[in-house]
Design a protein around this ligand. Structure first.
Ligand code: GLP
Length: 240
């Protein structure tokens, strides 16, 4: 695991963005795995800026997002599909039909699993961007999730509902379930970039790096992946 410590979220966005751009220039039809939340926003802003400055071509890029809240459709302003359109897709020349976000209206587990089939049918994820939950979740794979999990409908922990309530009017509005790529789905990516900023992520980063892989800290599974880069600020690195 490679660790890059940055001074700020803005610098982290530039470091991650340059890695993504380099990848895209070596493979114009790259398959990117994307994340939502506040963490990747600086990366997406940097990608948009560089795309405008350097005419970066997204027309052959395919993207798969990690997760979506159950019950929120693409037009809901708190849905992750809406977030992706606003924060990235509307600002680059990506073909929206090549952008995939799990469907928040998926009814059954067998339908959820079709997301993994779709990823595989496109050739698999080349470069996966990840944020990190304060409890060590990646995607919405909460503590206790099997390392063998594929895309599933999952229950959110109270801690995650609390943490994500800042994006909603109040805690009651936060969906209690989500559909998320599983830990195995994430591990199938060829290359992984995980970003984490701020003191609240320090404990999860400490466990990610130092604790033997355990489902108590889902992020520890990344120790078993051959190509992971952590981009973290000094606060997130403060317990290492
Ligand atoms: C959310 C998302 C994750 C994200 C994490 C951290 O619940 N499902 O994909 O990485 O929590 O969010 P933030 O970046 O806002 O701290």
């Amino acid at each position: 695991m490679k660790t890059i410590i940055v001074k700020s979220q803005e610098e982290g966005g530039k470091v991650a963005g340059d890695i993504i751009i380099d990848y895209m220039s070596s493979k114009s039809n790259a398959i990117l795995g994307l994340a939502t939340g506040s963490t990747p926003i600086s990366t997406y802003r940097y990608l948009i800026k560089k795309t405008k400055e350097e005419n970066i071509d997204w027309s052959n890029i395919t993207t798969f997002n990690l997760d979506e809240y159950m019950g929120l459709g693409p037009d809901h302003s708190k849905s992750y599909r809406y977030f992706m359109n606003e924060e990235l897709f509307d600002h680059v020349n990506i073909n929206k039909s090549n952008t995939f976000v799990p469907d928040g209206h998926t009814k059954t587990q067998s339908d959820a699993e079709k997301y993994d089939d779709l990823i595989q049918s496109k050739g698999g994820i080349d470069l996966q961007v990840l944020g990190l939950g304060v409890n060590g979740h990646i995607g919405f794979n909460e503590p206790g999730t099997s390392f063998e999990s594929i895309t599933s409908i999952v229950d959110l922990t109270n801690e995650t509902i609390e943490a994500n309530s800042r994006f909603f009017k109040n805690k009651d509005e936060v969906p209690k379930k989500a559909i998320s790529m599983g830990l195995k789905s994430i591990m199938n990516a060829k290359k992984i970039l995980l970003m984490a900023y701020g003191k609240s992520k320090a404990e999860a980063i400490k466990n990610l790096v130092n604790t033997k892989p355990t489902t108590d800290w889902p992020c520890t599974i990344l120790q078993n992946h051959a190509d992971v880069t952590l981009i973290i600020d000094e606060e997130a690195a403060s317990e290492l």
